[in-house]
Write a protein that binds this ligand. Structure first.
Ligand SMILES: O=c1[nH]c(=O)c2nn[nH]c2[nH]1
Length: 295
């Protein structure tokens, strides 16, 4: 037998960092969950119990905290680049660091119309994520994402004209609920160095805001003919807005809401145009994926 692949490290490292603006007394907080897995000349730790090549996962966990102290944690793309590069700079036998940063939402609370200086609430399970691969071979490869942004529209969605054959029972509809949990990703051009990531670093927050706004606006305004077509429009717009992004992807579950025929009860009308009460389904669900690149 031979070792075909190997990477190891620490997962689920929870990190909180506060920024205190002395001038205004305003404090800002960031909370994230980090995974950091290393690759390199580590085969003998698997095959020969040679621990001399192992940077302990406990040390990796410590490094995650130390780099959060030394460097900004925002944007997460920059923090991930610094963290990954550290392992290549420090350990000659480590050739790649695979990092995932999941940033949780702490949205500032507005009290009587005024933003509170140090109070926040968790407005949804939506997260901002970054996956970074920092390697000697390729440099810094960054993939940003929005995950878990649940959206629903009560109309403005249709689905008709699809294949009808001996396997088809689904009726055509010109007016349906559309409900999904947004998982959007955008892959950046490769950055050669951390300095290159830092130059024009505002690109990352701008792309995140653009992706989130485009997703919500297109979802709301598109007279959707299908999940497929609506998500393609989102991708086109994000590519147009973010020049250094090479590929945009979506993975959208189609979370079905079934009509309930209540006509057995006093002839109640509750289907088609009279439908008001529905049965939200936990599963099965449609799952529609795409990746869109520049032509
Ligand atoms: O938007 C949709 N796309 C599909 O492919 C599909 N299949 N069933 N319902 C669907 N809705």
């Amino acid at each position: 037998a031979r070792l075909a692949a190997a990477r190891y490290g620490k997962d689920n490292v929870r990190v909180y960092k506060v920024h205190k603006d002395e001038a205004t007394g305003t404090q800002s907080v960031t909370e994230m969950t980090v995974c950091c897995l290393l690759e390199g000349q580590i085969e003998t730790s698997y095959t020969e119990a040679d621990n001399s090549v192992v940077v302990a996962t406990d040390s990796i966990k410590n490094t995650i905290y130390i780099k959060a102290k030394e460097h900004p944690v925002n944007p997460p793309e920059l923090y991930a680049a610094h963290l990954g590069q550290h392992f290549l700079d420090k350990y000659p036998h480590i050739n790649a660091a695979n990092i995932k940063v999941i940033v949780h939402r702490w949205t500032r609370i507005n009290i009587d119309g005024k933003p509170h200086p140090h109070s926040f609430y968790r407005d949804g399970n939506e997260t901002r994520n970054v996956e970074a691969r920092v390697s000697r071979e390729a440099g810094i490869e960054l993939k940003s994402a929005i995950q878990g942004l649940s959206v629903l529209k009560s109309t403005g969605s249709a689905f008709h004209g699809f294949v009808r054959d001996e396997y088809t029972t689904l009726g055509e509809t010109w007016d349906r609920i559309l409900s999904t949990d947004v998982d959007a990703t955008w892959n950046w051009k490769t950055f050669a160095t951390v300095t290159d990531v830092e130059k024009g670093v505002e690109r990352f927050d701008q792309a995140f805001e653009a992706a989130r706004n485009i997703t919500l606006k297109t979802f709301a305004e598109d007279e959707s003919a299908s999940v497929q077509n609506t998500m393609y429009k989102m991708c086109e717009e994000i590519l147009e807005k973010a020049a250094e992004v090479e590929v945009v992807g979506y993975s959208l579950p189609n979370k079905h809401y079934f009509e309930i025929d209540l006509s057995w009860h006093k002839g109640y009308k509750n289907t088609g145009k009279d439908a008001e009460v529905y049965a939200p389904q936990s599963g099965p669900n449609g799952l529609i994926k795409c990746e869109v690149a520049r032509s």
